[in-house]
Design a protein. Structure first.
Length: 272
């Protein structure tokens, strides 16, 4: 059976049906928004990414989305405090096109990262999280820099075990714990520097979606092509896509690069 956006939309609506929910399908953007009518808050999912996961995972891919939406909606509208939850404040990487404010128009706390990415801040709630916005910051009287410092400290405490794969003479390392912060490990500069000291080729990274970080030891030109293919594949299948571009890591800096098959990668001159 060929899965289409209409079929996937109908499947999700059936599985997420609830008297207190409504649904908005945006055919042009290929998204489905599930709204809690009591709170007016909702979650938007991209159908193309779910379909890509369904091609390999079938029913499991749908179950993951249903779980993610149900858990997310269950905590929306609840009151959460930063005070006493400092250990649960973490940075999250998002694309440069990610919204700068909530659906209610409240600005999120975020910082520039690269030309392709931004750093947002989240309060981890166990099975889901809430992005930290101006409203909760003002309500609790916190300084923004305090949140940034806590988040930077906490990201360094996350586990950093990697899986290794060798392809065509190149070495690729994968962080894929599915804790929601795999891409966030790219902010652990001391860890990245330690890895770079052990890499014999050129160090490159990719954060195609929030639940994967790829680190590559590029030892020949084929390695660039392989990394680009990996990043695009993960980007297309992620629940929260970030960027299909890869980055060179040099002197503690990330340079977005365009990999033009079989050719030397070119730096993205729009980067900071």
């Amino acid at each position: 059976m060929k899965m289409t956006a209409v079929k996937m939309k109908n499947i999700l609506i059936e599985k997420l049906q609830n008297p207190e929910r409504s649904f908005q399908w945006d055919k042009e953007k290929d998204t489905l928004r599930i709204i809690n009518d009591k709170t007016g808050k909702g979650i938007t999912v991209t159908l193309s990414g779910i379909i890509a996961n369904w091609e390999t995972g079938k029913e499991k891919a749908i179950e993951e989305v249903v779980y993610y939406v149900n858990e997310g909606l269950s905590v929306m509208g609840e009151t959460h405090s930063l005070q006493g939850n400092e250990k649960n404040i973490l940075p999250v990487i998002r694309s440069a096109s990610f919204p700068q404010e909530s659906k209610e128009g409240v600005p999120f706390l975020f910082d520039s990262h690269t030309a392709e990415t931004r750093i947002y801040y989240a309060l981890d709630l166990g099975k889901t999280y809430r992005l930290i916005d101006e409203q909760i910051i003002h309500k609790e009287g916190w300084e923004k820099e305090r949140i940034r410092e806590i988040a930077r400290f906490n990201v360094r405490s996350l586990s950093v075990s990697l899986k290794e794969d060798q392809v065509a003479g190149n070495v690729f390392y994968f962080m894929n714990t599915n804790d929601g912060y795999d891409a966030s490990r790219i902010l652990n500069s001391s860890w990245l520097d330690a890895i770079k000291s052990e890499i014999s080729g050129t160090m490159a990274l990719a954060v195609p979606h929030q639940d994967v970080l790829i680190i590559a030891d590029i030892r020949n030109q084929t390695g660039y092509d392989i990394l680009a293919q990996m990043a695009m594949s993960f980007f297309a299948s992620g629940h929260v896509p970030i960027t299909a571009l890869s980055f060179l890591y040099e002197d503690g800096e990330l340079e977005p690069i365009f990999i033009l098959g079989k050719n030397q990668p070119q730096e993205n001159n729009t980067n900071k």
